[in-house]
Structures are given as C-alpha cells and as structure tokens.
Design a protein around this ligand. Structure first.
Ligand SMILES: [Zn+2]
Length: 311
C-alpha cells in the first residue's frame, strides 16, 4: 500500500453509504479501512449519506447505516447522529441547488453534454454489457426535452490516470469502461457522480477509500471535474484515492459488490459479530488472524506493521 499519511494534513475522510439496501460485508470492510487510515493521521471523519436516489430509500436502510457503525465500534467527527438529524440537516435534498448549479455550468461546455431519450431496455438491446452505445450523441436533442436524461460525451480514447494509494499507478480507459455516462436523470435529478463530486468538494475531503470495483466511477468523477474551474480541486493531487482489493470469496474468486453477502439484514446478520469484518480487513492488510479479535487489536497490529522503520 502506498498510503501517504502526511500527504495532505489534516486528512479529511468520509464514510459515504447509500440508504438503498442493507449494508453488506464489503461496505463494512470499507468503513473499517477508512476509519483506520483517518484515525492513524489524527484526521477527521465525516458521515456522508448519499440519498439523491430517494425512490430507493427506506427508513430501515437509513437506520441500518447507524446500527452498522455502532456495531463495528466506529466513531466519526461530523455528520448526522441519527436518521432524524440526517433528514433535518444533512440530506442531499438540502443541497439540490448546488448540484443544479454544477449541471448548468456543465451544459454550457461546448460539445460536452447531450440529451438522451433512450430507455434502459433500448440500451440493453444495443449493448448487452450495459455500456451506452452513444445512440443520441449526434441527434441534437434539446437539453430541455421533457423526460430526457443528460449524458456527457466521453471520447472513446479517454484515459484517466492517477496514483492510487493501494493500486499504485492506475490507468482507466474511461471511454471503454463506462462510455457516455448520465449526469442528470430523466426526472431532472442530478446523478450520483454529480452529488458525490459536489459533496466531497464542500466537505474538503482529502481521502477517498473505495472498493476496486469503483475505479471507473472515480475515473468518471476526475474526468468530469476537470472540465470546470469550480470543480478542478477534485483531483488526485489534492485528494488521495485508495481503491482496496475486493474480498476473496470462499472459492478464491473476487466478489463483486453485488455478490457480497446478499443477506436480508446485511452484515448485521452475521452471528459471529463484527469479528467477521475485522478478519476480512486483517486479510486485506496482510495482518495476522490474531489481529482481528477486536477493533483495537486490529488498529494496534496495523500501526505496528506500518510504522516507519527506526532511523
Ligand atoms: Zn440515447
């Protein structure tokens, strides 16, 4: 791991769950890793809950985020203390104007944004992998077409490269990996990438820890942010990205996010308690199994392993 603790001081990290399902083992592992990294630098940690997709939000999922953090024993410094506090003060609904402002600026960038009226079925019929084939790119539809989504034109050859704290130098062929992605949904709501970039800039985030399956998403955000002075600070010089390996499955295969622990109650249903999560983190960090008896033991073991060598 190339994590540079003194990279930007003080480190400002965040947990960024979405209340659209119960949190699974992969989410919990991500939380623990983020907590270990931020706490080691004496930085601050924010709980950011992404609820732009209000249609999928259920109160039980929102409550599950707080229960899972408690269960893991993880503290944080800023952000909502409970679901009521979240709804009242932190919901992304309170920041819609700032997301719309970014969308307005993007739409005036020459050749960047276009309207798309394709349905999901249309896209899947043309491209079984789900990558949008650019059908509406040259149709010249007005961005004010009712029910149209806004997509950005990502050139086929677009490549995003940066130094990642876990993977080292990475290169993402964005045009191939994601293609023309949506920045405003058909109902006019800002898409996830918009909310995420605006929120991380507002929060002053300097450390973003994600699973390796989200590398294309990070590349999309970095690429998009470079189009405007207002978002140029969202870059891999100011923000350290760390895309951790995914958990190996029982058969040694990497599990994708959607395959991990599809338990009805999520990771909280683990009868063995949070040690299951600490064990998975120890495995990812190459720590001995004894390190996973508690959060404190895990933290101790990792500090010892990663301490700078004495001069
Ligand atoms: Zn289209």
């Amino acid at each position: 791991m190339l994590f540079r603790p003194a990279f930007v001081a003080p480190t400002r990290g965040r947990f960024a769950p979405t209340p659209s399902g119960y949190l699974h083992l992969g989410n919990a592992v991500n939380f623990v890793l983020t907590w270990l990294l931020v706490r080691r630098t004496g930085g601050t940690l924010h709980l950011r809950i992404d609820d732009l997709d209000r249609a999928r939000l259920r109160p039980a999922y929102l409550a599950n985020i707080f229960h899972t953090l408690d269960w893991l024993g993880l503290d944080y410094d800023t952000g909502p203390r409970d679901p009521a506090d979240f709804e009242q003060h932190y919901s992304q609904r309170h920041y819609l104007a700032s997301y719309q402002n970014l969308l307005e600026q993007l739409r005036h960038q020459p050749g960047l944004v276009y309207a798309c009226t394709c349905s999901r079925t249309d896209v899947l019929a043309l491209a079984p992998d789900g990558r949008y084939p650019g059908t509406c790119r040259h149709r010249g539809l007005s961005l004010d077409t009712p029910g149209a989504a806004w997509r950005v034109h990502v050139p086929d050859e677009a490549v995003v490269s940066f130094t990642d704290g876990w993977q080292g130098q990475v290169m993402v062929a964005l045009g191939q990996a994601l293609g023309d992605f949506v920045i405003r949904k058909k109902d006019g709501a800002p898409a996830y990438q918009i909310g995420s970039v605006v929120d991380d800039l507002r929060l002053g985030t300097t450390l973003i820890v994600r699973g390796a399956d989200l590398l294309p998403s990070t590349a999309a955000q970095l690429w998009l942010a470079q189009h405007l002075p207002a978002t140029a600070a969202f870059n891999a010089t100011r923000i350290q990205f760390l895309h951790h390996a995914l958990l190996p499955g029982p058969d040694g295969q990497k599990l994708s996010k959607s395959q991990q622990q599809p338990l009805e109650r999520g990771v909280l249903a683990q009868a063995a308690g949070p040690q299951v999560v600490y064990q998975a983190v120890a495995q990812l960090l190459g720590l001995p199994l004894e390190a996973s008896s508690s959060l404190g033991a895990l933290q101790q073991s990792w500090l010892q392993k990663s301490a700078p060598a004495a001069p």
